[in-house]
Design a protein around this ligand. Structure first.
Ligand code: GTR
Length: 409
């Protein structure tokens, strides 16, 4: 079955396109007052802040400001990594001065053969920095078990997610790859919050988030911005050319990071689904109730108001995606991942596209869902490929072409 939480949901998940209800999306290009937005300036100064405020209040929650300074330590630099193809740096980023506070390790590969400073793709990783490549020089990350324990990773997990990162292809394109492990920002289970960064920002006496406070997805997004703070300091990195990628729940985080942090020149949201790129009003695949029930820690408490009430949302995913404009946006789906609602992801990107046009840029350029392996669009791009929920070599081939178009190299 598609939803293993159907009992928690009043309305069952739809997997039949014919059952998608009729719906009307909230207008992306009209102010709350109803006044139409017809130029880039009113988008930037009026509509964009309205949408950002809606998402802060109702979906991801409000994140703290950028810290005044970044504490970090370059742990190692290896100029002959990956058989001489890369310089590898490992940098620890501290979230607080307190000795037992969370900290994260950033792994950075820079192309040995390309000029520096190099453009860099930053990604949040599911498995830890040692899973990104088969590189014995990367220390094994400690992993959180789902029942609250931290344990060392097994040696056999080294390189375990290499197919999702395609490091050699990225380096060959002349780009660097930076990754951080998302569970070093906040472990991903209900109750994991207390081991992550959110408590660092609690008011005196506060122990639980209040409605409107940020959830775990926002915490991961904030961590990506702290990784960007470091990349800005590294002279080997071209900080004006840093793109952010996230898959699935981390694709949701990538959207919210890109919405808030304009230093990311593009965002790639790979199969981010519900609470990410997919239009919620379609009720197709995962629904809000399923998301909030299975992952109560991911979103702002206010998001739960919309369980089984997607139609009452004063927003939908096209509005979140539009916050990237006029920077680059790539949304991608997999045919075997109906839970993420591929068509809903496409429609999110397509309905966001008019905002790019205000800036004289081209968005998706069609309202018709493309066939498999037929990428569409320009500054906003989309593809659907065969296969399951994953990030594959095919996906990276498209992303690297997109990066080249975005960065002019
Ligand atoms: C699923 C969840 C999705 C998606 C996915 C993932 O269980 O329902 O929203 O985030 O996990 O992150 O792999």
């Amino acid at each position: 079955t598609l939803c293993w939480c159907a009992s928690a949901q009043k309305t069952e998940a739809i997997t039949d396109e014919a059952k998608v209800p009729a719906y009307t999306l909230p207008a992306v290009l009209a102010l709350k007052s109803g006044q139409p937005v017809t130029d880039a300036k009113s988008w930037t100064t009026k509509r964009r802040p309205e949408i950002l405020a809606i998402y802060e209040a109702e979906v991801y929650g409000k994140s703290p400001a950028r810290p005044p300074k970044l504490n970090y330590e370059v742990k190692s630099v290896e100029k002959q990594a990956l058989g001489g193809k890369a310089t590898r740096k490992i940098v620890t980023i501290f979230f607080s001065d307190k000795p037992d506070a969370p900290k994260m390790d950033l792994l950075l590969y820079l192309p040995a053969a390309a000029a520096k400073p190099a453009p860099v793709i930053l990604g949040l990783s599911f498995g830890g920095i040692h899973t990104v490549a088969n590189d014995p020089g990367v220390p094994l990350a400690e992993q959180w078990t789902r029942d609250n324990r931290k344990q060392p990773s097994a040696e056999k997990s080294r390189g375990g997610e290499a197919s999702r990162w395609q490091v050699e292809k990225i380096l060959a394109a002349g780009y660097g790859l930076a990754t951080v492990y998302y569970e070093q920002i906040e472990p991903d289970f209900a109750g994991g919050m207390k081991y992550g960064i959110r408590p660092l920002f609690f008011k005196p006496g506060q122990t639980e988030p209040e409605p409107g406070d940020w959830g775990a997805v926002a915490a991961w997004a904030w961590g990506a911005s702290r990784a960007m703070d470091y990349l800005e300091k590294d002279k080997d990195v071209d900080a004006r050319r840093v793109g952010l990628i996230g898959h699935s729940r981390l694709g949701k985080a990538a959207i919210w990071a890109g919405a808030q942090d304009a230093r990311f020149t593009f965002i790639i949201s790979n199969e981010s689904g519900e609470g990410g790129a997919a239009i919620s009003r379609r009720d197709y695949g995962e629904r809000t109730t399923a998301l909030n029930t299975r992952f109560p820690h991911w979103f702002d408490g206010n998001y739960k108001k919309y369980n089984d009430r997607e139609n009452e949302m004063p927003f939908d995913s096209h509005m979140a995606l539009a916050l990237m404009a006029p920077r680059g946006l790539y949304v991608a789906s997999a045919e075997g991942d109906q839970w993420s609602d591929p068509k809903g992801e496409f429609l999110g990107a397509a309905n966001a596209s008019p905002v790019w046009e205000l800036f004289g840029k081209k968005g998706i350029g069609t309202m018709t869902m493309p066939d498999l392996h037929e990428p569409v669009g320009d500054s906003v791009r989309y593809h659907i490929r065969a296969g399951k929920h994953d990030v594959t070599e095919y996906d990276w081939e498209q992303y690297l072409k997109f990066a080249k178009a975005q960065w002019g190299r």
